[in-house]
Design a protein around this ligand. Structure first.
Ligand SMILES: [Zn+2]
Length: 280
């Protein structure tokens, strides 16, 4: 019996390692997406090159995280520094993929979770670098999120009797999308009134369509609460650090929405239950 348990535990550990390695490889691909999608370039061809000297990156120099460490963070050909974003995205994707497997196990839900994590990570880092959230990610993300809620139903708010599970789940997803996108749209309108400035494009509103549909309304509320709190704290920190009185510094809000969405994916239900216990 004990031997059997050790065997099962070893199996689980191997699978966690597998998903971490898989995440590192997907993270490497996300780096290509983060670099090329905002520039309107193909994500398939040509092969990756050093942006400084144009040297093609050899397969042995393209191993996630490890190549960066071996090369000391520099291009092999011209010694130009490589952005720390590359190993960071790879390591982050590896950790989140392993965590997602630990949470969902080998299920269809895991496949959708991994896709969601990858999309959110791409959006976070594209917004950080380019201050934009491409439709090429948010639109398909919204459609895949709706499909996920039909194929892997989640009943967290509405449950209309007489309708099948998937229909209730789909209504819940649409409610989450409407709440996420609607709240952000209202916040933007309020900001515009208050400051008389155009806040940003509609990318963050579209991002919340995707996030809201995937997480459902309760977890989307957690994600947005976290995003506003972390965003406000960061804004205050920047004002203090730079001694600016006026917060005109443009902060890409997609970063905070992405962080909130990722935390809510893993801990949204637990945070909500913890919070709601004070009211019952
Ligand atoms: Zn180079």
């Amino acid at each position: 019996m004990i031997a059997e348990q050790i065997f099962v535990a070893a199996d689980g550990a191997l699978l966690i390692l597998f998903f971490a390695a898989f995440g590192a490889v997907i993270g490497s691909f996300l780096n290509v997406i983060i670099h090329r999608v905002p520039r309107g370039e193909s994500i398939v061809l040509p092969r990756s090159r050093c942006p400084q000297c144009g040297a093609a990156i050899r397969p042995q120099d393209n191993v996630p995280v490890l190549s960066y460490l071996v090369l000391g963070g520099r291009c092999r050909a011209c010694r130009a520094p490589i952005s720390a974003r590359y190993p960071l995205v790879e390591a982050l994707t590896a950790a989140l993929f392993a965590l997602a497997f630990a949470r969902a196990g080998l299920t269809l839900e895991l496949a959708f979770d991994l896709a969601f994590i990858a999309a959110v990570l791409a959006l976070i880092f594209i917004d950080a670098e380019h201050m934009l959230l491409p439709n090429a990610i948010t639109y398909p993300g919204f459609v895949v999120a709706l499909a996920a809620r039909v194929l892997v139903p989640r009943l967290d708010l509405v449950h209309l009797s007489g309708y099948p599970w998937w229909a209730n789940s789909l209504i819940g997803a649409l409610a989450g999308a409407a709440f996420g996108a609607g709240t952000l749209w209202l916040a933007r309108a309020a900001w515009r009134r208050l400051r008389g400035v155009e806040a940003m494009g509609l990318g963050d509103v579209k991002m919340m369509l995707m996030v809201g549909a995937y997480l459902g309304l309760p977890r989307t509320a957690v994600a947005m609460f976290l995003a506003f709190v972390i965003g406000a704290a960061t804004g205050v920190a920047i004002v203090f650090a730079r001694g600016e009185r006026d917060l005109q510094t443009m902060i890409p809000f997609g970063i905070f929405l992405g962080v909130g969405a990722t935390v809510a994916l893993f801990f949204g239900d637990a945070l909500l239950n913890w919070y709601l216990q004070f009211f019952v």
